[in-house]
Design a protein around this ligand. Structure first.
Ligand SMILES: *Cc1c(COP(=O)(O)O)cnc(C)c1O
Length: 400
């Protein structure tokens, strides 16, 4: 059976070139980067090469890059660190309703510690309003955290504009750029970003490794204490093979960014065009243009995304409904609720995220299978049968 992976926003395969770079660091080059002997220096050199590769991808300088255990940890170190450090200046932080749980749950934790948080709404296209941001800022605001691109609907926020406002007001600006780095251009200087989180496994690197950009001069309160690694912000012996893999993944992403994004966008646009034109009552979620080049997010009236996912899985096609982190829960996705979808429509949603190894043949296979599966599911769906019967529909909604 064909196996077609169309879930690259959940994770990506590790690029073979990155694997190759990593391998010696599991075996003969096993040194601890803090050791002063040759083994240690070898590991330390590898770290510094990787630090440079990460910095290059986002327009930072290498001494502004801290290695972490992933995107979640980077978000935690940045947000908690900035809030705790600046407590004497104010207790207010601003974020959005559509952040990844790594940011949302961190903000909620800060609220329990006595901070106040504003969760900005987004418009139906998934974009946060600049006016809403401006009016949320008070003289107590110490941090704004707004993601660059959304992991579900792929919407890209006006990060440059937001960075400029924060810089003018002297407020720290953090962005979760886990989904955007390596996919679309990111430049921390041009975008006035103070803190930026990225993750290796979303950009064809290994899992369990990430990085945090901390602009020169920005002070954070450490939340992990120990031997003082990574400028005291992330104590623990560095994961050298992981870091080497992340570095190589960043180098590859930089070299391939233009070519990859153009090719994926071509495939993505074909999928959107054919799905919307051949499947009745199908809709695109998120902004039509301001979206990641590899992301298509649909909703189909009258079917459950979960059933759709499982049927496609039977045909060897891997997609997602909601986000990977919340796919086990029956709650509708907070992102889809925030763009104004009702629970039934949210549950009828499907995320397709393309990647480097996908081929035109795979796209064609998906486009052949999807309409068949939608038809099959609708044929047995009371939601579909009664969709134009307002009373019955209302009753079905109430049962949920
Ligand atoms: C995947 C993801 C994270 C978490 O990254 P991990 O490396 O898995 O911890 C954070 N934010 C966004 C937007 C993501 O897509």
């Amino acid at each position: 059976m064909n196996r077609v992976y169309l879930d690259h926003s959940a994770t990506t395969p590790v690029d073979p070139d990155a694997v190759k770079e990593m391998l010696p660091f599991f075996t003969e080059k096993f040194g601890n980067a803090s050791s002063l002997h040759g083994f240690g220096r070898e590991a330390k050199n590898a770290l510094e090469i990787a630090r440079n590769q990460v910095a290059q991808l986002i327009g930072a300088s290498p001494d502004e890059i801290i290695f972490t255990a992933g995107g979640t940890e980077s978000d935690n170190i940045a947000i908690k660190g900035a809030a705790l450090k600046n407590r004497s200046k104010g207790n207010h932080i601003i974020t959005t309703k559509i952040e990844h749980p790594a940011v949302l749950e961190t903000s909620r934790w800060l609220e329990k510690q006595g901070f106040a948080a504003t969760y900005l709404p987004v418009q139906s296209d998934g974009i946060v309003s600049i006016d809403a941001l401006r009016s949320a800022i008070t003289d107590k605001t110490i941090l704004v955290s707004i993601m660059h691109a959304n992991n579900e609907i792929g919407t890209i926020q006006p990060i440059g504009e937001i960075g400029k406002i924060c810089r003018e007001k002297g407020i720290l600006f953090h962005t979760d750029a886990v989904q955007s780095v390596g996919k679309i251009p990111v430049d921390v200087r041009k975008m006035n970003i103070d803190l930026l989180a990225l993750s290796s496994h979303k950009i064809y690197g290994p899992k369990g490794i990430g990085a945090l950009y901390v602009r020169k001069g920005v002070m954070l309160e450490p939340i992990i204490h120990g031997g003082g690694h990574e400028k005291g912000l992330r104590s623990s012996t560095e994961n050298v093979p992981g870091i080497v893999g992340l570095g190589k993944a960043c180098e590859l992403a930089k070299a391939r960014l233009g070519e990859d994004s153009a090719r994926l966008k071509g495939m993505r646009d074909k999928i959107i065009k054919i799905v919307l034109s051949t499947i009745e009552e199908s809709y695109l979620n998120g902004h039509a243009e301001k979206r990641l080049p590899h992301n298509a997010h649909f909703r189909f009236t009258g079917i459950e995304g979960e059933s759709l996912l499982l049927k496609l899985d039977e045909k060897g096609i891997a997609v997602s409904t909601g986000s990977a982190c919340s796919s086990k829960s029956l709650e509708p996705s907070h992102v889809l609720t925030s763009i104004g979808l009702n629970p039934v429509d949210s549950h009828g949603s499907l995320r397709v995220t393309l990647g480097r190894e996908n081929t035109d043949e795979e796209v064609d296979y998906f486009l052949q299978i999807l309409p068949e599966v939608v038809k099959e599911l609708r044929a047995m769906s009371p939601l579909w049968e009664h969709r134009k019967d307002a009373d019955k529909w209302k009753k079905m909604m109430e049962k949920r």
